[in-house]
Design a protein around this ligand. Structure first.
Ligand SMILES: Cc1cc2nc3c(=O)[nH]c(=O)nc-3n(C[C@H](O)[C@H](O)[C@H](O)COP(=O)(O)O)c2cc1C
Length: 374
């Protein structure tokens, strides 16, 4: 009850101030301590105590990793971190679309920079070393005014890999001009190679550190196919699908729906799940080994279940933390366990990516597998 009240109160504040306050609350220990039901996931080189994680952008400067696991998340992705500190775009730059349960942000990689993140991560790793079952992914991106964005990715990988359970290459933020062009084959190969060189010259003991590519939901089929082929041929561990969208075709009701920036939350669910499902089909049909992390509009156990049915090995959320509050992970995980029980599923791996159509996946999430025809 108290957390519902606090969430309600915080949501009345300006979104950026609310976010700062939330990070402060977490830092001083004002948060629930939940450690109840979990769904562990073993991806070989990544073993995670719980399949639900916090998406990038929430803990930009790696300040509250040790607190996020108290909220019953199994992993967190810090960043996006850029080499140099960056103010980002002028404020206001985050807009809450209450009626749509959505957020538009045009932050533009506001963060304290790589050296501060490195300090915070080094401190955290003294207690919870790489390889602990609560995972920390590090999401990296270039400075807006960088003269050589490829080298930015390399220097970030070189400095930060030692502290990471995985690296997430952000080539999809809509708020850094032209960043999405890094999703094109030639650029993507080059970015991946620069990151690999960064890892090779870093102090990490794990030179095969898993790399994920975080992609946009606004890619067409051809680009998606090309990204997947590049990821596979470059031995990337997986894709994160997806970042926020520039698309505003989802009949938004809120006043601020025309603000510039990336849209996240409920209206992103369909679009990001469609791309996830397409990616899952391409990967299955070609027998590629690539793992998928789903993000976009996950707010309850059914939306998370749909992501899993459409191919997600792990699931992330950000916006619903704002709308539902700090108990959201617990609610989602216990809800998924109930759905698994209803469907007589013993192991989550038995249902990952088994349904090719997101609409049908939602039907299964609501009504169970009983009425589902293969
Ligand atoms: C305020 C805000 C800031 C974000 N910042 C980042 C970021 O720095 N890097 C990134 O890769 N994604 C960022 N994201 C995108 C999220 O990580 C996630 O991909 C997206 O919001 C979809 O998930 P959701 O619908 O659960 O929010 C941000 C999202 C929001 C709402």
């Amino acid at each position: 009850m108290i957390w519902k009240f606090i969430t309600f109160f915080v949501r009345k504040l300006d979104p950026e101030i609310a976010h700062k306050l939330t990070i402060k609350f977490l830092k001083i220990g004002l948060h629930p301590r939940l450690n109840q039901s979990v769904i562990p996931v073993n991806l070989g080189d990544l073993i995670c105590k719980n399949l639900l994680g916090v998406a990038a952008g929430f803990d930009k400067n790696a300040e509250v990793m040790n607190k996020i696991h108290f909220l019953n998340f199994g992993f967190t992705e810090v960043g996006t971190i850029t080499p140099r500190p960056q103010y980002g775009n002028p404020k206001p730059r985050i807009f809450r679309l209450e009626k749509d349960k959505a957020i538009i942000n045009r932050n533009g990689f506001n963060n304290s920079g790589m050296l501060q993140a490195k300090k915070n991560l080094a401190h955290y790793r003294k207690k919870l070393p790489v390889g602990s079952d609560f995972l920390v992914g590090i999401n990296i991106g270039p400075n807006k005014d960088s003269k050589d964005r490829f080298s930015d990715y390399k220097v970030l990988a070189k400095n930060l890999s030692k502290f990471a359970d995985y690296i997430s290459i952000n080539v999809s933020s809509p708020n850094t001009p032209n960043l999405r062009e890094f999703q094109n084959k030639e650029n993507l190969e080059k970015v991946i190679n620069f990151v690999k060189e960064g890892i090779a010259t870093s102090k990490t003991l794990n030179k095969k550190l898993p790399i994920f590519l975080k992609i946009a939901p606004d890619v067409n089929k051809k680009t998606l196919k090309s990204i997947i082929e590049t990821a596979y041929s470059q031995k990337i561990f997986g894709l994160i699908i997806s970042n926020t969208t520039l698309d505003r075709s989802s009949n938004l009701k809120s006043k601020r729906s025309n603000e510039l920036g990336g849209l996240s939350g409920k209206p992103l669910f369909k679009k990001s799940t469609d791309i996830l499902s397409q990616a899952n089909k391409i990967i299955k049909n070609n027998n590629y080994k690539l793992f998928l992390i789903a993000a976009g509009g996950v707010s309850d156990s059914k939306t998370a279940y749909v992501k899993i049915l459409c191919g997600a090995h792990l699931v992330q959320l950000y916006s619903s933390l704002t709308f539902e509050g700090p108990l959201v992970a617990n609610q989602i995980i216990s809800g998924i366990l109930k759905l698994m029980k209803r469907d007589n599923i013993k192991n989550i791996f038995d249902i990952i990516g088994v349904i090719d159509n997101p609409k049908e996946a939602m039907n299964v999430a609501i009504n169970g597998f009983k009425n589902h025809k293969n």
